[in-house]
Design a protein around this ligand. Structure first.
Ligand SMILES: [Mn+2]
Length: 244
């Protein structure tokens, strides 16, 4: 098997959906073990209350990721809008390194921008304002000072509000903004962007000149998984992973 790197995002792991957790652990044991690197581009968890959360799911996932890292696959994690509070303590337990959002990496010679994807949805002003608020150190320390039960109640309310917000606005608002994507290509000097968040898996290339740039969108893990594989020779495949 040639050297390759894997990308996943938007697993939204939750105690209520054990099939997704089982599929993820199966993926780590049977597939990611053969990869040089695994990038998790956010929303690994449906919600993250803080690294002090003692729920069994967090422990199971940390153990499985740590085993993979011990075996020799380098693991990188970029926070999503659901698990933006995942911190260095939990990352250490998983044996993974945290990356800022966005990050530019060199992938087999090609500069590649990695992002969760929510920053690209810049037409959604209400969401971007919420995002800015919850990313301040003041908001985060006040949040983390609450009890786990209070934090869980807040997370449930935020999910309900987000769901209602998305039902109430046009589909194009919750997708990426084309102008912002174009600005990022120019600003970061890259030809490839990989992100998740929108749950609209696709490999986008410009119709007029397919060789100039690529924007790869990872899918979610609700009914099946979604895995991007890029090999050292550039071969790229985005496939879905059926649940057992
Ligand atoms: Mn997301």
């Amino acid at each position: 098997m040639s050297a390759h790197t894997l990308f996943i995002s938007d697993l939204h792991l939750d105690a209520d959906r054990p099939q997704a957790t089982a599929a993820f652990i199966d993926f780590l044991v049977n597939e990611a073990i053969h990869a040089e690197r695994l990038y998790i581009l956010g929303d690994l968890f449906e919600a993250w209350l803080g690294d002090d959360d003692d729920a069994p799911l967090a422990a199971v996932v940390a153990q499985a990721l740590n085993a993979l890292s011990q075996h020799g696959t380098a693991i990188y994690f970029l926070r999503g809008n659901r698990d933006f509070l995942l911190g260095t303590d939990y990352a250490r337990r998983c044996g993974m390194r945290l990356l800022p959002d966005p990050s530019v990496i060199t992938l087999y010679g090609s500069p590649t921008l990695l992002a969760h994807g929510d920053l690209l949805c810049s037409d959604d002003i209400a969401y971007q304002q919420f995002r800015q608020q919850v990313r301040t150190p003041e908001w985060q320390s006040a949040f983390l000072a609450q009890s786990l039960a209070e934090r869980a109640a807040f997370a449930a309310r935020a999910r309900a509000a987000s769901h209602a917000h998305q039902q109430g606005i046009d589909e194009t608002i919750t997708d990426v903004t084309a102008d912002t994507v174009n600005q990022w290509f120019a600003r970061f000097g890259i030809q490839r962007i990989i992100h998740g968040h929108t749950h609209r898996p696709a490999i986008h290339v410009p119709a007029a000149d397919p060789g100039t740039w690529q924007r790869i969108v990872l899918g979610d893990w609700y009914r099946k998984g979604s895995v991007l594989r890029i090999a050292s020779d550039g071969e790229t495949s985005l496939r879905s992973l059926p649940f057992a």
